[in-house]
Design a protein around this ligand. Structure first.
Ligand SMILES: *[C@@H]1O[C@H](CO)[C@@H](O)[C@H](O)[C@H]1NC(C)=O
Ligand SMILES: *[C@@H]1O[C@H](CO)[C@@H](O)[C@H](O)[C@H]1NC(C)=O
Ligand SMILES: *[C@@H]1O[C@H](CO)[C@@H](O)[C@H](O)[C@H]1NC(C)=O
Length: 563
């Protein structure tokens, strides 16, 4: 045991070690080309004389500034960090700044200027988290991000003080995510605004969603994510040609036609997410023109009649929907809708896993996806699915059972010619109740397992960024504000996922449960091979022993005459 501990210690020692970079700052370097530093006394960033900055380059820089002082960032405060990045990076490069417990925060003009300048990388990502002791102590001056060209800038703050057009002036940002903060808009500055922001997402916990709380910022595409909303003033958004996305997360009301009335006038609205318990009759008729619909895990009741009115729907994401807790008619008509519309080219994202072996999901998995759940759940012979209250599902499984029986009869005839060798029997997955045709089904399952791995990834194919930080993200990465917990920067570029819903269902958990069935045959295989080995050894030793006996027996008459 001590040896194991020592070994683990050795491994961890080789992966992380403290390294000297800046004067007066504690840093840890990781073999994964990551560096994390904690500054406890606010001071300018200066490389130490023995700094690794000349010899090592990093893909991810994480700087935590934990101090109760008044923080004042001057022009190009962080510029020195560019020297820690590789000139050309095949992977993404990122910088994360976390300010905690400060009395006040003031970012002067150009304090985040020119970051990543001269660096070639597929993705450049900047994250800034501000966790003040008191509310409204954060100030960003004009052109704080001057000449910043990044694929993603994510900010967590309760306020930013200056207008949007002033702070983000002279930038080029593909995805800008602002979470928690009320951001002001100043139309008079628009004339001098030289920022290029492709998509903006603003996430807030808010009672009333209207154009005052979410002003018409000068961006190409704009997504509003409102948590705990009560009212939606759709008319105030009538002239928002840039508004392409609306995420209504855990609203304090049901989604009724009255709530959504007027959204038909938001002409460029393309994507809607609802994480609500009930989407009432006819509500979706006000968003007929949307192309993407994402449903969340809170959903219980959905009027499918109004789902049918979504004529332009191209993507339906039900990955987070808990099919087992959906109202029966809802899940049945949802299955019917998906089954019909998939023929017309609807792309459907289903949950990665089905731990309860929900029959409707097994059916959909077979229709839309790889059908791997059919084997895993063995639902063909499962009464639950044969007698499902959803006709489309019960009919499907009845038909499937009939086909399988016919297949089996065909297979059983030649099975006399190829008798199952006893050596193969232990390889049969014992926890799955195979219907005595174990040999043909076993390779199927193996193929399915491989396919499943690829299809699980398919919904996030649009992701541009690698997830290296995602894995190493520390717990305290989550911001203080309540809404902050609902936000995941790694996902924001993915229009089809609402980060909150993703967090509630971590994929890793689901993976394990599904692996169980396929992994469980391994011990049996080991036992079988041990038995075989023992048998072979005993046969050999028997033969040797027997030969010896014959030999000694023959020797006796030879030796006898000598005596
Ligand atoms: C902004 O950056 C993108 C790619 O990074 C580039 O294609 C575009 O021309 C830039 N726009 C401006 C105005 O610099
Ligand atoms: C934006 O920056 C430019 C210089 O880079 C400046 O001339 C202009 O006044 C600024 N506009 C705003 C709205 O701050
Ligand atoms: C939208 O634009 C029209 C014409 O430009 C204007 O009359 C109307 O008041 C605007 N609506 C809102 C809510 O700003």
């Amino acid at each position: 045991m001590a040896f194991v501990h020592f070994y683990i210690f050795l491994i961890s020692f080789s992966l992380t070690y403290s390294c000297d970079v800046f004067v007066g700052i504690r840093c840890t370097c990781y073999d994964s080309n990551e560096i994390r530093c904690t500054m406890s006394k606010f001071a300018p960033l200066v490389f130490s004389s023995t700094s690794v900055s000349t010899t090592r380059k990093f893909h991810a820089i994480d700087l935590k500034i934990e101090t109760d002082e008044e923080i004042e960032l001057g022009n190009n405060y962080f510029l020195i960090l560019n020297q820690l990045l590789p000139d050309v990076a095949k992977k993404s490069v990122s910088m994360t700044f976390r300010f905690q417990n400060f009395e006040s925060f003031h970012a002067r003009a150009g304090s985040f200027a020119n970051l990543f300048q001269g660096i070639t990388s597929t993705t450049k990502r900047l994250t800034i988290e501000l966790h003040p002791v008191k509310a409204k102590t954060i100030t960003f001056d004009q052109n704080a991000f001057d000449n910043l060209h990044v694929n993603e800038l994510s900010m967590y703050a309760d306020s930013l003080s200056s207008p949007f057009e002033s702070i983000f002036n002279n930038t080029n940002i593909t995805h800008l995510n602002i979470e928690g903060a009320i951001v002001a808009h100043e139309p008079s500055l628009l004339r001098d605004f030289t920022g290029h922001i492709q998509s903006l997402k603003i996430t807030r916990m808010i009672d009333s969603v209207n154009s005052e709380e979410f002003p018409p910022f000068p961006v190409q595409s704009y997504t509003i994510e409102a948590h705990k909303m009560r009212t939606l003033d759709t008319l105030s958004f009538a002239n928002y040609t840039q508004l392409t996305g609306l995420n209504i997360i855990q609203p304090d009301v049901s989604i009724t036609p009255k709530i959504l009335d007027g959204l038909e006038r938001v002409s460029n609205l393309k994507s809607i997410s609802f994480d609500a318990e009930r989407i009432a009759d006819g509500a979706l008729k006000h968003v007929k023109h949307i192309q993407t619909l994402i449903l969340g895990s809170y959903l219980k009741i959905l009027d499918v009649e109004s789902l049918n009115s979504l004529k332009d729907l191209q993507q339906l994401d039900v990955r987070y929907v808990q099919f087992s807790t959906l109202q029966g008619t809802t899940s049945c008509s949802l299955a019917d809708f998906i089954n019909r519309r998939r023929m017309l080219g609807l792309t459907v994202y289903l949950p990665d896993d089905n731990p309860d072996c929900d029959c409707i999901l097994v059916f959909l998995n077979n229709m839309v996806d790889d059908g791997s759940q059919l084997v895993k759940c063995q639902s063909t012979n499962n009464d639950r699915c044969l007698f499902s209250s959803c006709p489309i599902v019960s009919e499907y499984f009845t038909r499937k059972q009939k086909e399988d029986l016919e297949d089996q009869q065909k297979l059983n005839t030649p099975s006399v010619i190829t008798p199952s060798s006893p050596a193969i029997v232990p390889f049969e997955p014992p926890s799955v109740d195979f219907n005595d045709n174990a040999i043909p089904e076993y390779p199927d399952e193996k193929i399915d397992e491989d396919e499943r791995t690829t299809t699980t990834q398919s919904p996030i194919e649009g992701m541009l960024y690698d997830d290296t930080d995602f894995l190493t993200k520390p717990v305290d990465h989550q911001p203080v504000t309540v809404t902050s917990l609902l936000f995941d920067p790694e996902e924001t570029h993915n229009e089809f996922s609402t980060p909150l819903m993703k967090r509630i269902h971590p994929d890793s958990k689901q993976y394990q449960s599904s692996k169980y069935l396929t992994v469980s045959w391994i011990p049996f295989a080991i036992i079988a091979s041990c038995l075989c080995l023992t048998l072979v050894i005993s046969i050999i030793s028997y033969i040797i022993y027997h030969k010896r006996r014959i030999a000694t027996f023959k020797l006796v008459p030879q030796t006898a005459p000598i005596i």
